[in-house]
Ligand binder design. Structure first.
Ligand SMILES: [Zn+2]
Length: 325
């Protein structure tokens, strides 16, 4: 069970899985719910390991079966994502999947279907999936993941065991980031962990992706310019996103998150400074909240075909008004 310990945080969910294994009653359908990047697919693989492990200490993470699952190479474990060219969540593809369920496993006693992000399935597709979830063959286990159960049909929800997967405490997330990026500084990892609310997957994506990493740096820079009241420099920075709508939207998401952290820091929620006090005292918590509102408005505008140049100018002038009111 060492391998379960390596899954950060989520102690209750891990204990539930251990109880299922010990009692020999792993449900035939599980739904893992949680935000993107918090480890749902990884946990789904651990459940698959638990179902197919050859050791007495399930899931061992060491036996051939566990190793093949963790390498995404096990013939009886199928992982499907909605964003692949095969369109696995079309109704016809799901009908084929249902037929494949009746074929016996190649290797072990069970077949595991990991269906990621099923909140992206249409209602019709979910109804098709329901048919097999209602009465699957005894050798089949479904592990579904979704970001929000609000987008899943109640008929599916009533037939699965839902387990919530949460981001980690920020200190733990920072530790995970440092383990994976030994060249990064402890402080950077902690700042990134805070920025991402303890979401390891999201933090790693930003740290390992040059484009995202530069967007994150620019958002930090913009927050400093806002606090310092350097409107002209802010406008220049925003202008660098002209005709780069997608990057601009990501930038706004990061900038918003920084102001969420600023409010937390002001309320004593962060034990280490997120931004230097010299900048922080220039913006009140109320102003930060209004800045978050305007970031949301501008994001919506940019999403609705307002040009980045115009949206950026709006953001800049609105922030100026907030700071001088
Ligand atoms: Zn094993």
């Amino acid at each position: 069970m060492e391998i379960l310990k390596q899954f950060y945080s989520n102690e209750k969910v891990k204990q539930t899985l251990v109880n299922f294994i010990t009692d020999g009653r792993l449900p035939h359908a599980l739904l893992l719910e949680g935000e993107a990047g918090c480890g749902k697919t990884h946990f789904a693989r651990l459940v698959a390991c638990a179902a197919l492990c050859n050791s007495t200490q399930k899931p061992c993470g060491q036996c051939r079966s566990c190793r093949l699952i963790l390498q995404d190479n096990h013939p009886d474990v199928l992982v499907l994502s909605p964003d692949t060219p095969e369109k696995p969540y079309s109704v016809s593809a799901l009908r084929d999947l249902i037929l494949s369920c009746y074929v016996l496993p190649n290797d072990g006693e069970k077949k595991v279907y990991i269906l990621r992000n099923i909140h992206e399935m249409s209602e019709q597709a979910q109804n098709t999936l329901l048919k097999i979830i209602e009465e699957p063959p005894a050798h089949v286990i479904f592990i579904l993941t979704c970001q929000s159960r609000a987008r899943i049909l109640p008929t599916i929800l009533s037939r699965v065991v839902t387990l919530p997967i949460s981001p980690c405490p920020e200190e733990l997330c920072a530790q995970a980031l440092l383990e994976r990026n030994p060249s990064a500084s402890e402080e950077d990892c902690l700042r990134m962990a805070r920025q991402c609310g303890g979401n390891i997957g999201r933090a790693l994506t930003i740290m390992q992706d040059e484009k995202l990493s530069s967007i994150y740096d620019k958002a930090q820079e913009a927050a400093k310019l806002i606090c310092a009241g350097s409107e002209f420099d802010l406008l220049c920075l925003l202008n660098s996103y002209n005709r780069k709508k997608e990057e601009f939207l990501l930038f706004l998401t990061e900038l918003r998150q920084i102001f969420v952290q600023i409010i937390r820091q002001k309320n004593g929620g962060a034990d280490k400074n997120f931004l230097p006090e010299s900048l922080l005292h220039r913006v009140s918590a109320l102003q930060s909240m209004r800045i978050i509102d305007i970031i949301d408005t501008v994001s919506a505008e940019a999403n609705q075909n307002v040009s980045v140049a115009l949206a950026g100018a709006h953001l800049c002038s609105a922030i100026q008004q907030i700071l001088h009111s």
